[in-house]
Design a protein. Sequence first.
Length: 368
Amino acid sequence: MEHPENNEAYKGLTVNKGIDQPATINPYLKARKRPKRRQFTAGEYVEGILKGDITVLSQAVTLIESVKHEHQALAQEVIEKCLPFSGNSVRIGISGVPGAGKSTSIDVFGLHVLEKGGKLAVLAIDPSSERSKGSILGDKTRMEKLSVHPDSFIRPSPTAGSLGGVARKTRETIILCEAAGFDKIFVETVGVGQSETAVHSMVDFFLLIQLAGTGDELQGIKRGIMEMADGIIINKADGDNLEKAKLAAAQFRNALHLFPAPESGWSPKVLTYSGYYNLGIKEIWDMVGEYMEFTQKNGYFNYKRNEQAKYWMYESINDTLRETFYHNPAVEKMLNFTEQQVLNNEISSFVAAKRMMDLFLENLSAKK
């Protein structure tokens, strides 16, 4: 390679030596001390939530989702203090198969609802990986317009191993959002399929999103998520897909006749719409309004809320028993040894479970 700077004609030219390639990571970053976030007291959390402070609300939700044992007592205190200010919202659960357009539909539904005033909270549940235990939490990216609306709050949460399509702490999150002044709450499930029914136990209206061509009436005959739905809507009813969507709606209507009458006395409706083109949105929200008016008149609305409270009492008992069992010193001491015995085929899993339960109960009796 020719270097003209070495030529006699350029004798007066000075060429400075270049610098070494700088490190891609700031070497002084580790030395810099990060300021620790101040831990709020229960009173400060509640005060911020009641003022409608989104930042404090987000931190409170993170607190109740924490699996750390030391956070649970504080989280419980915050929930109990917020409880008197909750219960004043319309809770809507939204489910459907993956790719049905739940997140896109929520974006359109949310903007339509906020046109009439009020505040909307969206609790978007994302599946967690069984291998890495991580979750993308990417549903918010599909809610482009709703996410920047000043009266909306979107909180993605991982399932963290809990079944039923919702996170274990979704119920408590609803209470905090209601205390913060949100009068409409959407709960979007992970979209697993027909067994995803836990969301029904925490919402007033359960909306099921379906697609044309996903199955005939046989899908409707199957028990599970279909019989829980208070309304079924067929998405992507536009363009060449319009006739298919109408046919699917007719098939689902036929399938609903095979179910016994719902306890509420309401006959679930089947509607078509297009979330992408914003078609049929008003009719869907009108259906929700009709249902709320119908159930409040016949008393089912309050009855269902009371039944849900009873259900979650038993769920809380189960969670507390599980936590107490696994944090018992005697159980912690013997659990790995017993697990190894099962792996080595020395004892069966049923015998191992009985031994651990007996040990747990003996340890509780000894403490008395």
